[in-house]
Design a protein around this ligand. Structure first.
Ligand code: ASP
Length: 435
């Protein structure tokens, strides 16, 4: 059984709804469907979620929100009329209008985008409609309650042959609506897949999966056909914007693969994300490369060279105390080197220096700013002893200096630090060398 989530652009108008219907009925395993709210139909178009947030702001500021509300109504009417649906949305709109006028929360307002789209899609598919507020729960602190949700949702799904469950929201303990952060329908999809014990979580969007490099940097990069959750996480940690970690957690921990697919090109197999590299042959030696600017190399070196590792421990503890997270840690016993976000470091720099002083170990603290961290990801990369040589050699040919390099401390990535203004060139060189 497959859980399929469709993003906003996949459900932006009646024509897109038809594509979605064809996809769902092309495979009888696609039984539980999670829709987003209607997204952009063209470049300057507005997402329904943005319009809903605007209604809320206008109401809160004492401005008229009717015009914005009518725009939203028109989006749904156009879809319903275009598909000749039997559902009447009038009463739902009256209720939503009334609640917004009475000062409903921003979360409630935003969630109606998915709620209404779910009603339309369920009607169109002749599937059951299961309101997410009945099965997705947050706790008193507003944190997603994964176990209660899994339990209640799992039991409800067991009784259903098929269903449409709107994405992006759930309910607080008092029954009020709470929304996930933007893009949260991806999370709902993964939550439903876990609760349904699905064999596969399909995430249908408007691209055919992930690319091996940012297309704004590398012209026409190849598609990633297979990648593991781990590899994807590494790519994201250095700036690639693929799927948010929260989104994949429910499925990755349940061992369910995720398939990113393109609603506008359904015959394309997309990118398959799996827990382990099961079919080794499918996994490229090199999965991808990404890079992130705005980093600094923070070097804390002790004057005395001895074999005590109390210094390393102390520096890391100081970083933890200041909330200074690091991107990478290429260190030795006498010198701790932290690749940190420059902005974050500036916020805690005095506090950090004070904490280090308290160690009472004579040391120097230097910072090298304007560094970009580039990560090459792929199981094959880290296992290949020539990787570092190849990176050095390729970058040297283009006169790009390496500030730092560290091969495969985990088993799947190699980090390279270069000057910020050389990041794009370095990514192009590395991509060309390995792809
Ligand atoms: N509609 C929401 C948003 O625009 C949630 C989503 O699409 O996943 O952020």
């Amino acid at each position: 059984m497959i859980v399929a989530k469709f993003g906003g652009s996949s459900l932006a108008d009646a024509a897109q709804f038809q594509k979605v219907r064809n996809i769902i009925f092309a495979d009888s395993r696609r039984t539980f469907i999670v829709p987003s709210a209607p997204g952009r139909r063209f470049d300057e178009d507005e997402k329904v979620t943005d319009l809903l947030y605007r209604c809320h702001t206008e109401q809160a500021e004492g401005k008229a929100f009717q015009k914005t509300f009518e725009e939203i109504r028109k989006r749904y009417d156009d879809i319903a009329n275009g598909l000749k649906l039997s559902i009447e949305l009038e009463l739902y709109f009256d209720e939503i209008y009334h609640k917004i006028a009475m000062g409903a929360s921003a979360d409630y307002c935003a969630s109606r985008g998915e709620f209404l789209n779910g009603l339309l899609l369920a009607n169109y598919l002749e599937f059951e409609f299961l309101d997410a507020s009945e099965v997705i729960f947050f706790d008193e602190q507003g944190i997603f309650d994964s176990e209660k949700t899994n339990d209640v949702l799992g039991k409800r799904l067991e009784k259903l042959e098929n269903a449409v469950i709107p994405g992006f929201y759930g309910s607080n303990p008092d029954g009020s609506i709470r929304a996930f952060s933007r893009g949260g329908s991806d999370i709902t999809g993964a939550i439903v897949a876990r609760a349904a014990k699905a064999e596969l979580y399909e995430n249908w969007t408007d691209v055919s999966g992930f690319l091996m490099a940012d297309p704004r940097i590398v012209t026409n990069p190849c598609q990633i056909s297979h990648i593991t959750y781990h590899e994807m996480h590494e790519l994201c940690s250095a700036g690639a914007t693929v799927l948010h970690e929260d989104c994949v957690f429910p499925v990755s921990r349940a061992g369910i693969p995720t398939n990113i697919r393109n609603t506008n090109l359904p015959e394309h197999p997309g990118t398959m994300i799996t827990c382990t590299a099961v079919k080794r042959g499918d996994f490229a030696i090199f999965a991808g490369v990404s890079g992130k600017k705005g980093l600094s190399l923070l070097l804390v070196e002790k004057a005395q060279t001895d074999r005590s590792w109390a210094f390393v421990q102390g520096v890391l503890q100081a970083a933890k105390k200041c909330g200074l997270t690091f991107q990478y840690l290429p260190s030795g016993i006498n010198c701790v080197c932290l690749l940190v976000e420059t902005k974050k470091y500036h916020r805690v720099q005095d506090f950090f220096a004070e904490e280090i002083k308290k160690l009472n170990i004579s040391h120097s603290l230097t910072i090298q700013p304007e560094i970009a961290g580039i990560v090459l990801v792929g199981y094959g990369i880290a296992h290949n002893r020539l990787t570092v040589n190849r990176i050095y050699e390729a970058l040297r040919r283009q006169n790009i200096g390496v500030v730092m390099i560290n091969q495969g401390s985990g088993e799947l990535s190699t980090w390279v630090g270069v000057a910020e203004n050389e990041m794009e060139a370095a990514i192009r060189v590395i991509y060309k060398e390995f792809a």
